[in-house]
Ligand binder design. Structure first.
Ligand code: AMP
Length: 417
């Protein structure tokens, strides 16, 4: 037997309705907020992610699936969606036609992380991006879109954490202060963070190693280093969120794993999963579009992980269960072809219909109908066939009666009997 690749997973049929439910809710919600769908390839030139996400992030440094294409560029499976979306936006000059552009995408991402519950090497994300509008109201609207989506899907027990990570100038000052604070404890940090102090010290605040958490506990906070325009922007975001009744908690240590964030950063934390396994998050990026060759406009976006959303929904919700309207039980060889024709006719009328054609006993067929949670069983044997009728059994009330073949749809729709 050849097994799955470590950290990859199958979405089996008993999960697929839940999966479809989440995706449908996402499409519906994001379209209501004015986002339109874009589908970009799952593979891009490695350089796009190096430039977009940042060479010193864990994602680019350690977690990308990268390979050299024959006689060509280095390619990588996408570890996140924003860089690919922005590449497409710039390549197709989309911002020229639509200076404020709102796009979403749903699809798989790939990161070579250590797999654990809720952490995979292939996982699915719902992503939305608004480009070309730097108003704090757009930050609030983006947060509201993701918050509404979680609500629409029915994920409970989550809270919203927000922070401002400032602009390049604020971060420059903060970085120096942070390094100055951390340097005396350099030897107490994990080997990764000892390296990060040179390359990307802000990420130390995000490290999950206990010794790093202890060292950085009293570190200076980015919010103390915001310049007046970043502070003003953040105040307006908070005011806007309050005005529309979106509850949030300020989390001044929230930095997020991608280098491109500026100003607003946010994350949705589930009470059971905790901060290390957030449901999703996002933030503003002020120079990413221009760094990728586009106009000098900013953007803001978010990503929600579908596996983590699915984990927090029950399996037995009515919307996630298979819905078979009718099981047609064909009794004996004589009614086989008429039964087959009946199944085809009922399906054409829009009902979901199942049947077995291998000559199973009625008892065995009733078991299948039960397993499929069929609402009705339509039995057709030689006696029924002779009368041009079928026996219908309501699987909820167990009531059973004879009907004309032509009346079956109307019975199922509750129009007669
Ligand atoms: P990020 O792109 O890192 O901001 O992640 C956004 C969201 O994607 C997270 O909050 C998770 O819900 C999901 N996510 C990120 N990495 C993984 C992973 N390795 N496995 C499952 N979900 C993930």
């Amino acid at each position: 037997m050849i097994n799955l690749i470590k950290g990859f997973h199958d979405i089996l049929p008993d999960q697929s309705l839940k999966w479809a439910f989440i995706v449908n809710k996402a499409r519906n919600c994001l379209e209501r907020f004015g986002f339109r769908e874009i589908v970009t390839p799952i593979m891009e030139k490695t350089e796009l992610f190096q430039r977009g996400i940042g060479r010193t992030t864990d994602i680019v440094e350690k977690e990308m699936y990268t390979f050299q294409d024959i006689g060509s560029d280095s390619l990588s499976l996408r570890p996140e969606a924003t860089a690919g979306i922005l590449r497409a936006v710039v390549e197709h000059s989309m911002l020229k036609r639509e200076p404020v552009l709102k796009l979403f995408t749903i699809g798989p991402m790939f990161r070579r992380e250590r797999p654990s519950k809720g952490r995979f090497r292939q996982f699915f994300q719902i992503n939305a991006e608004t480009m070309g509008d730097d108003s704090p109201l757009t930050d609030a609207e983006t947060i509201l879109a993701s918050y509404t989506l979680l609500d629409d899907i029915g994920v409970g027990n989550f809270s919203l954490e927000i922070n401002s990570v400032g602009c390049k100038n604020c971060r420059h000052l903060y970085r120096s202060a942070l390094v100055k604070y951390l340097e005396p404890s350099l030897n107490s940090l994990c080997p990764d963070c000892q390296r990060r102090i040179e390359t990307n010290p802000l990420r130390i605040l995000d490290c999950k190693e206990p010794q790093c958490i202890a060292v950085s506990r009293d570190a200076p906070l980015i919010t103390e280093f915001l310049d007046s325009s970043c502070r003003d922007h953040f105040e307006k975001v908070k005011l806007a969120l309050t005005s529309i009744g979106v509850p949030f908690r300020l989390e001044p240590r929230l930095v997020r794993g991608l280098d491109y964030y500026t100003r607003t950063a946010f994350e949705f934390v589930h009470s059971q999963l905790g901060r290390t396994k957030a449901l999703g998050g996002g933030g503003r990026y002020d120079s990413l579009i221009s760094e990728l060759g586009g106009p000098d406009v900013s953007g803001i976006g978010f990503g929600l992980g579908i596996e983590r959303l699915a984990m927090n929904l029950p399996d037995d919700h009515a919307d996630f269960l298979r819905n078979t309207d009718i099981f047609v039980a064909i009794i004996g060889a004589g009614p086989l072809n008429p039964g087959f024709e009946l199944v085809s006719r009922l399906r054409r009328s829009g009902l979901s219909v199942e049947a077995r054609y291998s000559g199973m006993s009625l008892k065995a067929q009733m078991k299948v109908a039960d397993r499929l949670s069929a609402g009705w069983v339509v039995m057709i044997g030689d006696d029924e066939l002779a009368l041009g009728k079928a026996t219908m059994r309501d699987m909820t009330t167990k009531r059973q009666f004879l009907v004309e073949l032509d009346d079956i749809e109307r019975v199922v729709r509750g129009e007669i009997f």
